[in-house]
Design a protein around this ligand. Structure first.
Ligand code: ADP
Ligand code: MG
Length: 244
């Protein structure tokens, strides 16, 4: 059986610089994987390549056995609806209200949905993240932390079965971070596939079935929970790699 997601010997260059080289990785359905490693090592780039947000310069990124870059329009739309990305910098649209930002994925993927139902979903998603501000303001009025809550809620709008999370708890206070870890845990428990980048070893230990370390644009290590829980040296090595 094909893995749910796969990078086959993927490289990515931009502005004359090789950012990812020869990465091969695969993720099974229902698996939770943490991408770890030093800053600037290529974690965000690997995550975006896996999510189809960047196109490999060489190699293939696949979803359910299909090359993402070669998908038909309906296949791309289905992949977009089934997957969701939480950006490291939230990436909210500056000229849209929070309500409009939340509406976009629902209007795109469920055009038949009626306004009241859409509002109900939007309110529920924002409220579970702890968002307490108005819906008719724009992102510039929010703190970075509040923007992260909206970025997370927006990503969950279409109830994705694949979650890509790039440092989704960083820059949040302890309580908010805990809440967003719990929300991911809840989804993991219902069989969603989660690929996340984090520098927080306790979050990683709590959620990850497997850890993949990325250093200098290369996959330098892949270890399952069993492997790093029974091998103290490996756990220490990973923890040091994460802290960089
Ligand atoms: N589009 C791009 N053009 C040029 N350099 C980039 C681009 N995207 C990322 N980089 C560089 O590639 C390296 C890896 O970036 P990134 O994937 O964001 O690392 P990480 O998420 O591990 O911190 C960094 O040095 C970054 O500045
Ligand atoms: Mg990053």
């Amino acid at each position: 059986m094909d893995p749910l997601l796969e990078l086959r010997n993927v490289s990515f260059s931009a502005a004359g610089k090789t950012i990812v080289s020869g990465a091969s990785l695969s993720y099974s359905e229902g698996e939770t994987v943490a991408l770890v490693g030093p800053s600037g090592g290529g974690k965000s780039t690997v995550l975006k390549l896996t999510a189809g947000l960047l196109v490999p310069t060489a190699g293939e990124a696949r979803y359910r056995g299909t090359d993402i870059a070669a998908m038909s329009r309906p296949q791309t739309m289905a992949f977009r609806r089934e997957s969701a990305f939480v950006f490291q910098d939230s990436a909210l649209w500056a000229n849209q209200s929070i309500r409009q930002i939340m509406e976009i994925p629902l209007k795109t993927h469920f055009p038949e949905m009626e306004g009241p139902r859409r509002n109900e979903i939007i309110r529920a998603l924002l409220s579970e993240t702890g968002y307490r501000r108005d819906l008719d303001i724009r992102p510039a009025e929010l703190s970075m932390g509040e923007q992260k809550l909206v970025g997370f809620a927006r990503a969950m709008a279409c109830d994705p079965s694949v979650l890509f999370l790039d440092e989704w708890t960083e820059s949040l206070d302890e309580i908010a971070a805990r809440r967003l870890v719990k929300l991911v845990f809840k989804r993991k428990e219902t069989g969603k596939t989660v690929v996340f980048v984090s520098h927080n070893f306790s979050v990683i230990k709590e959620l990850a079935d497997r850890i993949v370390m990325i250093v200098d644009g290369r996959v330098s290590l892949s270890a399952t929970r069993e492997e790093f829980s029974r091998d103290a040296n490996l756990a220490q090595y990973i923890e040091q790699g994460i802290a960089l």
